[in-house]
Design a protein around this ligand. Structure first.
Ligand code: BGC
Length: 542
């Protein structure tokens, strides 16, 4: 599908709780998003992915759904959603929803019925199993957030499976009735006009039917989470998932142009991460349209690591079916994880993101160069962080509200006296109003990158060819027909050098002050150069 809108698209991830609060309760909402879609459109992106806004007890902040067809009152109403969708479409933005189909909330009526006894109409909609003879759980599986993956239910006198919180019981996706019910929910949203889904936690969709124990990894020292002490051979990633994906794909195929993106976890090693993620996509195999994985973001930003990831992605994924993400609501913000918190490093990683082959997602605030927020222990909301603190502070540091106006109360995010998570002082100078008209800001740099990606088919749709150059410089060429673009990034702390073998026209030069018309060019630490190797080009300031 070379003409599909999502090939080479840039998708802006909105975390609704933290984007903009329209009703002064300290929590972002759908009207807040709708009112600020002009800003989103001004970023030059093709669409938005909205993290869940469905009815939920919010124990995992929306990833625990109690009604898939309702908007949670904290976020607004279904009418608010329809208005948001119409406004987005009016601005030419696609809208992708986050579908959490592996598990529900324990408050979902399906689970409330299922847990009543072993004979009710939904008795087999979740994964129930008897205890072992000694009363312990059926096997050794562990939950991602800590502790066993099994919760006890006194009514059924059985354990139920949960890969995340005990309040997120696992749906049995081998049960066709469950799939039917989920597909009806999917159709409900597609009929409303949404442009596709990000499918949450695809690795977790199905497990070993015999519930066999996971083997130990044999790690010498105990890691932060015992979850990492198991090889996840049986609890996740069962081949039965392909049948589930085929049915999801068949639904999407009824809605031309709708996309499904698999979220692939970071379990296992980087060596085969892309190969494994690629098994979830493919038109001919009736699988999803595209996949994104967080292995790269969770790894190192050294040239060797990025090169290895690009090589694997080139080998495993067709043009268009890979989606790159450097930041999201689950991981530390890239500006402080890979960067040093400076505008220069934020710009360099945005430039790299904007020149990757395939589609990319940009996480709200990444375009401002926001760094990870320090959230004090008393204000932590993420259950994952509350359990693991201080060894792991959880995910709140990447979920704090967007700073819109430096000097307004709550940085213009909300009229409330307090917000659900605090807005760090360090984010105020980076507020949208401070960067909007500054030609050197990270935000202005991002917009220039997006103009470039739009103007050059090579950047949007082209193949990617790694150049054989010495670290700290990472270099590649993007090619589409006669359009060729050279991309060079210095990801290290010392100057890097590059010898040009043909004439180039610089398009964006970040931090490179040396003349760029010489053969030998110097790229300073965190500098980058994007240059046309053919055709007529316009120079934008980075
Ligand atoms: C989401 C997380 C969530 C988990 C459980 C993930 O993939 O991105 O935020 O906690 O799924 O639903």
């Amino acid at each position: 599908m070379p003409d599909a809108w999502w090939q080479g698209a840039v998708i802006y991830q909105i975390y609704p709780r933290s984007f903009r609060d329209s009703n002064g309760d300290g929590i972002g909402d759908l009207p807040g998003i709708a009112e600020n879609l002009d800003y989103v459109a001004s970023l030059g992106v093709d669409g938005v992915w909205l993290s869940p806004f469905f009815a939920s007890p919010m124990l995992d902040f929306g990833y625990d759904v109690s009604d898939y067809r309702a908007v949670d009152p904290a976020f607004g109403t279904l009418e608010d959603f329809d208005r948001l969708l119409a406004r987005a479409h009016g601005l030419g933005l696609k809208v992708i929803l986050d579908m959490v189909w592996c598990h529900t909330s324990d408050r979902h009526p399906w689970f409330e019925e299922s847990r009543q006894d072993r004979r009710n109409g939904r008795a087999d909609w979740y994964v129930w199993a008897d205890p072992k003879a000694d009363g312990t759980p059926p096997n050794n599986w562990l939950s991602v957030f800590g502790g066993p993956a099994w919760g006890w239910d006194a009514r059924r006198r059985q354990y139920y499976l949960h890969h995340f919180l005990p309040e997120q019981p696992k749906l049995d996706l081998r049960n066709s009735a469950v799939i039917e019910a989920l597909l009806e929910i999917g159709a409900f949203w597609l009929d409303r006009g949404v442009d596709g889904f990000r499918m949450d936690a695809v690795d977790f969709m199905t497990h070993d039917a015999l519930l066999r124990d996971n083997p130990a990894t044999g790690s010498a020292a105990a890691p932060l989470r015992p979850y990492a002490m198991q090889e996840h051979r049986h609890d996740i990633g069962n081949s039965a998932t392909f049948e589930v994906l085929g049915r999801i794909r068949a639904l999407l195929d009824r809605y031309p142009g709708a996309i499904s993106i698999a979220e692939v976890g970071s379990v296992g090693s980087l060596e085969n991460a892309f190969e494994r993620a690629a098994t979830y996509v493919g038109h001919e195999h009736r699988r999803l349209h595209a996949a994104y994985l967080l292995h790269v973001a969770k790894g190192s930003s050294e040239v060797g690591a990025i090169r290895a990831a690009i090589t694997q992605a080139n080998q495993s994924f067709d043009q268009g079916s890979i989606v790159w993400s450097f930041s999201n609501h689950d991981i530390e913000r890239v500006a402080s994880r890979w960067g040093d918190g400076s505008a220069a490093s934020a710009k360099a990683f945005l430039a790299l993101l904007a020149t990757m082959r395939g589609a990319v997602t940009l996480y709200q605030g990444e375009e401002l160069g926001l760094s990870q927020a320090e959230v004090p222990r008393a204000r932590l909301r993420d259950p994952y962080g509350r359990t693991c603190w201080p060894a792991f502070k959880g995910r709140d540091g990447s979920r704090t509200p967007m700073p819109w106006e430096r000097r307004a109360p709550q940085a213009g995010f909300s009229a409330a006296a307090d917000t659900w998570l605090p807005i760090p002082d360090s984010h105020l100078p980076l507020a949208v109003d401070q960067q909007e008209h500054d030609p050197d800001s990270v935000l202005t740099g991002w917009r220039a990158l997006m103009r470039l990606r739009r103007d050059h088919a090579a950047l949007r749709l082209g193949t990617l060819h790694l150049l054989d150059i010495e670290p700290p410089v990472l270099g590649f060429e993007r090619r589409f027909q006669r359009d060729r673009v050279l991309c060079l990034f210095n990801l290290g702390d010392t100057d890097g050098h590059f010898t040009l073998t043909e004439r180039v026209t610089p398009l964006i030069a970040g931090g490179c002050t040396a003349p760029l018309d010489t053969k030998e060019i110097v790229i300073p630490s965190r500098g980058y150069l994007i240059a046309a190797l053919s055709g007529v080009a316009t120079v934008h300031e980075g």
